[in-house]
Write a protein of this length. Structure first.
Length: 284
């Protein structure tokens, strides 16, 4: 495999193959161009032999993403003026979009208490999604299912805690599992379905939606870039032309992935706000 792919996309599949077939297997994968697939999403130990194996490159990305988000908003909050400059304008615009179109419109007068979390949530997801388009990383953090589940768990805790705070434990449980006006004859059917929907399915689908989009997008990028590079190295004119087309088309895929990354950050944040809103809503 040429240095082009190694620069653009750090390929974790060599690590996975090495674990399965030994060090020789990893070397063979690097030289023969083992096709990308699910194994391309394996993690690499950050400092083997020095730090525990769970301290890997993807954990580093997540921590770095959090640091970038904190640093960005602290930087935007400094030097505020009555007449904003370009930096302040960008920060206020982003903040106002999240405050007005998500927090205030969905949560109403209760939005202020949840606004910091929603701003941090959107920013964190967006930064980690955009890691998939930068050549030093070339991996969206949330294409690892564990990180998506972890974030969904935080939102699950938030909206359930908000509902319990508003209605009390048993009051919230009743409101979440038994909609007003349901005939008693249907309680045996409605209560399990509502419990399953509100407490089990919501966080799972919230995580899977984010994970699946980022996973699929990164896999498509791998196919076009790695496949295009292998075709270029084939030495045959037809395959080399196809490889060139594949690499050129990959730029359109990168653009699509940027759009998907922003969209998924927005959707995850909107759904979290919607779940909080439903937990705080009064019974009708």
């Amino acid at each position: 495999m040429s240095g082009l792919v190694g620069l653009l996309i750090p390929l974790e599949w060599a690590v996975c193959l090495g674990e399965a077939a030994g060090e020789h297997g990893a070397e063979e994968a690097s030289s023969t161009g083992f096709p990308p697939g699910v194994s391309s999403f394996c993690s690499r130990a950050l400092l083997p032999g020095v730090l525990p194996e769970w301290v890997n490159n993807h954990l580093f990305q997540a921590v770095l993403g959090a640091a970038v988000v904190i640093g960005f908003w602290l930087w935007m909050a400094r030097g505020q003026k009555v007449v904003p400059g370009r930096k302040q304008f960008v920060g206020e615009y982003l903040y106002n979009v999240l405050r007005n179109t998500i927090a205030r419109d969905i949560l109403g007068h209760d939005y202020r208490a949840f606004l910091p979390y929603l701003v941090a949530l959107f920013s964190f997801i967006l930064v980690n999604n955009l890691f998939g388009q930068f050549f030093l990383f070339m991996f969206p953090t949330f294409s690892k299912i564990g990180y998506a589940y972890g974030l969904a768990l935080l939102s699950w805790i938030l909206y359930n805690a908000a509902g319990i705070w508003k209605s009390g434990f048993f009051g919230y449980l009743k409101k979440s599992t038994l909609p007003a006006g349901v005939p008693k004859a249907l309680w045996i059917l409605i209560i399990p379905l509502e419990f399953l929907s509100n407490f089990i399915v919501r966080p799972i689908t919230l995580a899977l939606r984010l994970f699946a989009n980022l996973f699929a997008g990164h896999l498509v990028v791998l196919v076009f870039v790695v496949g295009g590079t292998l075709l270029l190295e084939s030495g045959q004119a037809f395959y080399m032309a196809a490889g060139g087309v594949s690499l050129i088309f990959s730029f359109a895929i990168f653009g699509l992935e940027i759009f998907v990354g922003v969209l998924q950050a927005y959707i995850f944040t909107v759904l979290t706000a919607q779940y909080v809103s439903s937990a705080l809503a009064d019974e009708h």
